[in-house]
Design a protein around this ligand. Structure first.
Ligand code: SIN
Length: 301
C-alpha cells in the first residue's frame, strides 16, 4: 500500500516533500547542495547572496553554546554573478533550488532575484531577517519596508517570492501581513534570535562581531509560536524554520501552521541522514494517525 502523500505546493511550485534545507547551511556550491537533495531534502536553499562579493565578519563567526549555535558570519557571499553558475548546474540536474537574497535597497533585491530567476531558481527567499547586519535586520523590523521591498521583487520576477522573517520583533504576524500585502507567495519563519556569548576568561564577547544569531533546539518553541501567530494572520503558506532536529519537531511546526519545514543547525550535528530520518518518521506518524496527505495536518493545532 502506498504511504501518505508528502508532496507540497508552495507559491505554485510542487516540492517532492516538505522537509527542506535551510538557507545558510553548508555553503553555496552545487556539489554540496546536490548531496543535500540526494539525502532526501524537498528543496535546497542557497546561502544568502547579494549583488556584489562580500567578505563578512572576522573570526570567530560561529560558536557552540549549551543550547545551540551562535553565528555571525556577516553575510559573506561570492555575489550573484558567481552563484549563477551553481544555480544553473543544480537546475540542470533537476534539483529545485531556492536562492536566498539580501541587499540594502529594493532595486538590489530585485536585480539579484531576477538574475537568480534567469539562472534557474524555482523561487527566491528574501532575507529581511539577519539579526546583525544593520541594513538587512532593519528591513525585517519595519512592516512598511518589508512591503516595499517585497513588492519591488514581485515586480521584477515571475517565480514565487518567499520572505524570511525575523523573530526579533514584537509582533511578527503584523510583519507577515505586510509581506503578504507586498505580494509574497509564502513567508519563512523564523531566522535566528539575536543573542551573544562572553568568554569569562578573556572577559570579552566571543564572536568577532560581538552579537550574533542563535539557532538550534532552544529556538524551536519561539518558531512554533511565531508560525502559529502568522498562520492565523495570513492566507499564504508558512515555511517553518527553527530548531527542527526530529520528525516530531517537523510535525509540531506543521500543526502550528507550517506547510513545509527547513532543517538547519541539526545538519551540523546529525549529518545529512537527518532528512531520511525525518521523512520516515513523518510518514509513519501520518499513517498511524490516519492521514493520507501531509497537507492535511497543516494548522490543525
Ligand atoms: C550571517 O551570514 O551572518 C547569517 C545570515 C542570517 O542570519 O541571515
Amino acid at each position: 500500500m502506498a504511504g501518505p502523500d508528502l508532496k507540497v505546493r508552495i507559491g505554485g511550485v510542487e516540492f517532492r516533500n516538505p522537509v527542506m534545507q535551510a538557507a545558510g547551511i553548508l555553503g553555496t556550491t552545487a556539489g554540496v547542495m546536490r548531496r543535500v537533495y540526494e539525502a532526501g531534502a524537498g528543496a535546497v536553499f542557497t546561502k544568502s547572496v547579494g549583488l556584489e562579493e562580500r567578505f563578512g565578519y572576522p573570526n570567530p563567526t560561529v560558536v557552540e553554546v549549551e543550547c545551540g549555535l551562535l553565528n555571525a558570519m556577516g553575510l559573506p557571499s561570492p555575489g550573484i554573478s558567481e552563484l549563477r553558475e551553481e544555480v544553473s548546474k543544480l537546475r540542470g540536474w533537476g534539483i529545485p533550488v531556492v536562492v536566498s537574497v539580501f541587499g540594502s535597497r529594493p532595486e538590489e533585491y530585485a536585480k539579484v532575484s531576477s538574475m537568480a530567476e534567469e539562472a534557474g531558481a524555482v523561487a527566491v527567499e528574501l532575507n529581511f531577517s539577519c539579526p546583525h547586519v544593520g541594513e538587512v535586520s532593519l528591513i525585517g523590523q519595519r512592516g512598511d519596508l518589508v512591503e516595499e521591498f517585497t513588492r519591488a521583487v514581485k515586480d521584477a520576477v515571475d517565480i514565487p517570492v518567499f520572505v524570511k522573517l525575523t523573530p526579533n520583533v514584537s509582533d511578527i504576524a503584523s510583519i507577515a501581513l505586510r509581506a503578504e500585502r507586498g505580494g509574497a507567495d509564502a513567508v519563512t519563519a523564523i531566522n535566528t534570535v539575536r543573542a551573544m556569548a562572553i568568554d569569562i576568561w578573556t572577559m570579552r564577547p566571543i564572536l568577532g562581531n560581538r552579537l550574533g544569531g542563535l539557532s538550534g533546539p532552544a529556538i524551536k518553541p519561539i518558531a512554533v509560536r511565531c508560525v502559529y501567530e502568522i498562520y492565523e494572520a495570513v492566507d499564504i503558506p508558512v515555511i517553518g524554520c527553527g530548531g527542527v532536529k526530529s520528525w516530531m519537531d517537523a510535525v509540531e511546526l506543521m500543526l502550528a501552521g507550517a506547510s513545509a519545514v527547513q532543517v538547519g543547525t541539526a545538519i551540523m550535528y546529525r549529518g545529512l541522514g537527518i532528512f531520511e530520518e525525518i521523512l520516515e518518521g513523518l510518514s509513519t506518524y501520518l499513517g498511524r494517525m490516519g492521514f493520507r496527505s501531509v497537507s492535511e495536518i497543516v494548522g490543525l493545532a
